[in-house]
Structure formats: structure tokens, C-alpha cells
Design a protein around this ligand. Sequence first.
Ligand code: P6P
Length: 337
Amino acid sequence: HAADAHRTDLMTITRYVLNEQSKHAESRGDFTILLNHIVLGCKFVCSSVNKAGLAKLIGLAGETNGEEQKKLDVLSNEVFVKALVSSGRTCILVSEEDEEATFVDPAKRGRYCVCFDPLDGSSNIDCGVSIGTIFGIYMIKHDGEPTLADVLQPGKNMLAAGYCMYGSSCTLVLSTGSGVNGFTLDPSLGEFILTHPNIKIPKKGKIYSVNEGNAKNWDEPTAKFVEKCKFLNDSSPPRSLRYIGSMVADVHRTLLYGGIFLYPADKKSPNGKLRVLYEVFPMSFLMEQAGGQAFTGKQRALDLVPKTIHERSPIFLGSYDDVEEIKVLYAAQENKE
Ligand code: P6P
């Protein structure tokens, strides 16, 4: 039985990646080492997020020792940066928390570039809403000095992407380019165990996920799509609106239940709000690997070539058929122009 297998044949995330790695003759285990350091960061954040409320409650936060308590996203960023540098497998780090990219010291340099948001949605910590770490990984293709050009690549060049959601359980969803798998942290073992093998997103969903508060600023295709979700003009089943306001939580639900997540452009933010390198690309990579798709309003999200490391893009991602509906509406607008 599966349960027995879990008990005795523990498919940990490390073992899973080693299996994957063995399929690539040229691999030297570097990716496994890199991933283990990302996993270490996720375990730290999981433990800290779970204590955050308690820390505030019983005054563990900075007051007692006078030192200003670091905000959890700043602390998480420091942990990830130190873990990634100490792995000896990275050469460039792009973090949502750091204005500039980190170029790793030559003595500790490896072949991977990691773009990450250490604690996305952290404004939701105080009310206990799930938040997460999002990451995408490029491999440097040359032996020369790393430059920003090595991370300003289209998302389709990523060789892996994933997120870790800190919620009722700590779930790490990962793709290394051959499907999507979910691993849940077993705190008694301190290991991420395979719990969601080969995740496939439903081809069509019944949920749309968008911040309706921005409706007055939407462009016509987005407004038309949302209108259609609410006031059905055919016999299609009614849809539900689910919007948590924490990207990792909204995307995780979309991946497992189907539907579409939208953060469109609007008059106030012509490029939307979400960041290309460490929000849009990793989530788009996962959606495509799970059989869904991701669109910017103009093109396939993974074809976008970012010009700066904190660039934003509108994003529509999720069930294949749902995103197709949006693409048709944007194509119709294109033809009118
Ligand atoms: P809004 C959280 O701040 C975040 O970066 C994402 O996690 C989330 O999807 C989005 O912003 C929510 O933005 O404008 O709807 O509050």
C-alpha cells in the first residue's frame, strides 16, 4: 500500500532529485547539493513562520534583548543568501529583498543562478494566511565572469523552479523540467516526503482568482473575461471567485483544483504588480510542466526576455482552456487595434 511505502520506502526530496540527476550522465550531483541548500532555507523559514505569532505573543521578538527584531522576510532572505552562497554551487543570486544582484565570490562560485522571493506575501503573516518562498534556477552557459545577462534570460531557459508554501502544512512543489512533484515536510523526520507525485492541473477549472478591487482600471479583455465568469452567457457551469492575496497560496490552489489566476496590467500599473524573475517565471514554468499555460496578455510568459532584474509583468496562468479564453480575448483586441 502507498501508506506502507511511505512508512518504509521514504521518497524524500533529496532521493527524488538524485534519481532525476542520475538520468543526466554529465551531472556531478551539483544540482542535488544546490537543492539541499534551498531545502535548508525552506525548513528554517517554515520553523520561523510557525513561531512568528508566538514570538510576538510571548515577547520573544527583539524587545527582550534590545536588538530590533528583524522582519521575517529580511531574516529569511539572509538565511537563503547564506545557504545558497555556502552551497558553493551558485554564481548569481537575485532576491526580491535586494536591490542589486549578488555576485558570489569566485572562491565559492558554482554554475547556478538562483532568482527567489524568500517570503512572498509576508504582509499576510500577522493574520495567519499561508505565505511562501518562490525560486527559479538558471545554469550559466559559459566559463567567463558571470554578468547580469546570465539572469536576464527568458523563463523557458530555467532548468528548475518551485515554491514552498508555509500553511497548514509545509509543502514544497518542484519541477526540474520533467513534470511537477509536491513534497510535504514531516517535522518528525525533518524531511520533505513525496506526497503529490506528477501533479497535473485540470484542463479546465471553475475558479477565477483576481483582485476585483482593481476592476475599474482593467483593460477590456480582462474586464470581458471576468464579466463572463460572473454573468454566464452560455450553459457553462458557474465559476467561483477565490482570492487569497498571497501568490503562492492562490497558485497552489489553482495547480491542484484548476482554474485561472490573474494579475493583469491596469491603468495604474501598466506592467501589473508581479515580478518576472522570481514570481512570474517560476509559477509559469510549473504551470506548463503541469499541463497548464501562462500568458502575459501579449505572449507566452516564458518567452518574455526581462531587461532588469526586478521587472514586472501582467500574468494569466492556470488551466489550459481557461488561459486560452483570455488569449482569444487579447488576440481580438489586437486585431481591432
Ligand atoms: P494585491 C503579496 O503582496 C503579492 O506580492 C503576491 O503574493 C500576491 O499575489 C499579490 O501581491 C497581491 O496583490 O494587489 O491583490 O494585494
